[in-house]
Design a binder for this molecule. Sequence first.
Ligand code: ADA
Length: 566
Amino acid sequence: MAHFPRYQNREVLSLDGVWQSASLGEIPDPDSYAPQSISWEGPFAVPGVFDSLPDYRKQRGLFALRKKIFTGNPSQSALLRFGGLGLWAKLFVDGQALATCRTPYAPWEVEIPASEDSEREIILLIDNRFDAQRVPLFDPYFDFYGYGGIYRSVEWHEVKDVSLGRAVVSTVDLQGKVEIEFRFRGELSEDLTLEVSFDKSDEWVSHRISRKTLHLPLTLTVPNPRLWHPDHPELHQLKVKCKGEILVERFGLRKIEAREEKIFLNGEPIKLLGYNRHEAHPQFGPALPLSQLVQDLQTLRRMGCNFIRGSHYPQDQRFLDLCDEMGFLVWEEALGWQAHSEHFANPDFCALQERQTRAMVRTSINHPSVIMWGFLNECDSHLPESEALIERLAQAARAEDPSRLVTFASNHPFEERNYHHMDVLAINTYPGWYPEAGHKERPLEEIEARIDRLQTHFKKEGIAHKPFLISEIGAGAIYGWRDELEAHWSEQYQANYLDIVTRRVVRDPSICGVALWQFCDGRTYADTRALGRPRAFNNKGSFDEYRRPKLAASVVRQNFQSYPSV
Ligand code: ADA
């Protein structure tokens, strides 16, 4: 489905729809598999995942997908853009192996050579097996199901040798001054004149670009500027004419800062109230239909939320477009889950981490909804071995985009070694759920005690001036399980738990916000690890996997909606 940016006068084919599929089984070396004699088995809807289809449930192995297309101008080269896929993929076009994808969920773009034939055959091998060598970014112990398939939209773009890929718009001031940086595909060999215009205006500003001035931004003032804010998510469009095409970028005028314990949006402090959200549904895995994205966002808005942590991977561009339009603030993060010393010592892992982080930032750069970049959820950031990679990723995110906040979620708050890289102190903590030494008789009493301890610790460390965000906190509840003893796993325990958390967050000015764990239940381990995950789901959703509300939902809604009048 089309999302921003858009390209007028460019041939763009959406490859969403029906592809052919085949299951190839447990082929030992998929990298050297030649897809010549596949017996195609049946239709497959893209976006979609194998694991959610009746024919392939529970299978892990190699799969193949094929699509034949007719292109208008085969003598022109093309770009094939995948919004995200997993876990491993190899692309063949017209029988030629072109590229391999080892960055699940991240945007992936492949250059396609021109052809004499207007019919093109695309074959994608997809592997959903865990494999530390081929897919070091996704380990079997991650607490969410690893699916195989094409998670997001696919587009075929016919492109000239040199074409304008993106125009990055940064807000300079709140009076409408912006800087625009142009990003080209291909090498500029001669000077070019671009024409730039905003919104519906017919006034075009000419801008000359040469190889030398390529990276110099253009500074302009948006006519009739309107600021973007969750209460009034006003959006602007930038149109750029270049070599017969018109690139349309959408952006918002807004500034985000962290200082004096708070997050400021357009110079005003803002409290982040929301949830962690996985892209997940029992029927579709991570390949959600648009209607589900809209439903989820409507539900979150009715809950009084203004904030979503996109746990734990780069987000769907359609979702971010909707967040821009509906006024949600988003933390977008690269794929990562509890990386350990062996990951930090693996140069391939580190390079892929950087690659996906940069790809995420470059792709989502114009979404006003995105206010914060993250990476490496809950890595062993208390170990000295973590420091080089955290520094590398923080630097990469800031180099790609100095305008947003950078952080990562730490679950080692009292031994953390990397606070200096965080613009926001983001802490995942489960007091009153996961037992700790000194566990109390009344676990709910641990919640406020832990928050107090964290705040005292920040003061002691001299970092209390940084905003403190609870990036995860929560308790499990089985939908429909009401228990007179209000025990663990009951809806009442979870409701009481989240009541304490959300009351504290809305009342405490030294907490800049919360992303509750989590919006809805999601499928996870199907192995012995599921012993700690009844039904093989992570049950900490305030909604179940079909988005049916548990008792906690109305408690959270009441408390979030009481802000700021508490
Ligand atoms: C972690 C992790 C989440 C989820 C959660 C839980 O903090 O970041 O992905 O696994 O714990 O439910 O235990």
